[in-house]
Design a protein. Structure first.
Length: 348
């Protein structure tokens, strides 16, 4: 009978020897809707794709499929910063992003420039005083990095920031650039956002037609289906604005039923609009339940969370629980002191 130790040694001797280079760190690309990250050396990129060298093979990855990149040699705390941003903790994320700028590679520094602009512009949606800063950062990024793989993502954010500032011409210009991208999901997103501009300008009929056109488009991939649901959400908002709250609620319920929990911005707004519809119909209890979904499940969407807290602060009193309303107002003013909803609560 063979000794177990000798069997193990024989097995180890047959294994291939790993070179030092095979053990070294590599760039890691995380894709949307893919559980397995891709490791290799990023040899270059354009605004439409990245080139990843994996051994002797060169792989082209469309830029719209890239969720994030972990660059070789980046500080480990950046993962924490990314999670902070994903959870809506923009101040904490920005602090870490800015620290990492001093140490990173050229590729990482460009990514950080985008991430800082992204976090700043997202934060500004619940803090209008920061909008100009976010717009300036995004504008600087796209002008200096017209061939970066984050170019179209930055243009999306720039358009949304201009829309929040009510600069509709600039918003449409940015969304027009996104619409010229080579990917159907980005094109659908751009059409949806152009419809949002029309809605903001009071053109409910035009916005509804634009949203319905996107909702009727064939959607094969998950991002395309998400854009289609966003169009359906937009049409529900139009119906609500047109006084057709019951029709809007039916659409919103279907969106809530069919949307993945990972699409938190879409779900959060669906619950917000559902709450608005019930509130406008005078059904306080149902409105309260819809807004509570946001407070409990989607607090990482700061702009929507602030609006939900404002309505909760008034609705709790209508169901004989005024102390809960005081609590909601306190949270609103503590977490979002610069929000328009916090200012409304202070003046009410």
């Amino acid at each position: 009978m063979k000794c177990p130790i000798w069997s193990t040694l024989i097995l180890l001797a047959t294994l291939p020897v790993l070179s030092v280079s095979s053990l070294e760190a590599a760039d890691t690309i995380y894709q949307y809707n893919s559980g397995s990250p891709l490791l290799g050396d990023i040899k270059g990129y354009s605004k439409t794709e990245l080139t990843l060298q994996r051994g002797t093979k060169s792989v082209k990855i469309p830029a719209n499929e890239v969720q994030r990149i972990r660059w070789d040699g980046e500080p480990p705390q950046l993962n924490i910063a990314r999670n902070q941003e994903a959870n809506g903790n923009y101040a904490a994320a920005l602090e870490e992003y800015k620290k990492a700028q001093a140490k990173g590679s050229a590729n990482l520094k460009k990514d950080l420039q985008f991430m800082i602009a992204r976090a700043t512009s997202k934060s500004a949606l619940s803090n209008p005083a920061a909008l100009d800063g976010g717009i300036k950062m995004l504008d600087t990024f796209v002008k200096a990095n017209g061939d970066h793989y984050r170019y179209y993502s930055a243009m999306k954010l720039l358009g949304k920031a201009h829309l929040a500032k009510k600069d509709y011409t600039a918003a449409n210009t940015a969304f027009g650039a996104v619409e010229r991208s080579p990917w159907k999901d980005y094109q659908m997103d751009a059409k949806n956002m152009k419809a949002r501009v029309m809605l903001a300008q009071g053109n409910i009929k035009g916005a509804l037609a634009a949203f319905n056109a996107v909702a009727k488009m064939d959607a094969k991939t998950e991002p395309e289906q998400a854009s289609k649901r966003a169009a359906q959400l937009g049409s529900a908002v139009c119906l609500e604005k047109d006084g057709k709250q019951k029709e809007a609620i039916k659409i919103l319920d279907e969106i809530i039923k069919t949307t993945s929990s990972q699409q938190s911005p879409l779900l959060a707004e669906a619950y917000l609009r559902k709450g608005d519809c019930f509130r406008e119909l005078g059904e306080s209890k149902e409105a309260l339940i819809a807004y509570l979904h946001i407070d409990v499940l989607f607090s990482k969407e700061p702009a929507i969370h602030a609006q939900a807290l404002f309505h909760l602060s008034t609705l709790w009193g209508k169901v004989q629980k005024p102390e809960r309303g005081v609590e909601a107002r306190a949270i609103l003013q503590q977490q979002y002191p610069n929000s328009e909803w916090s200012k409304k609560a202070a003046g009410s």
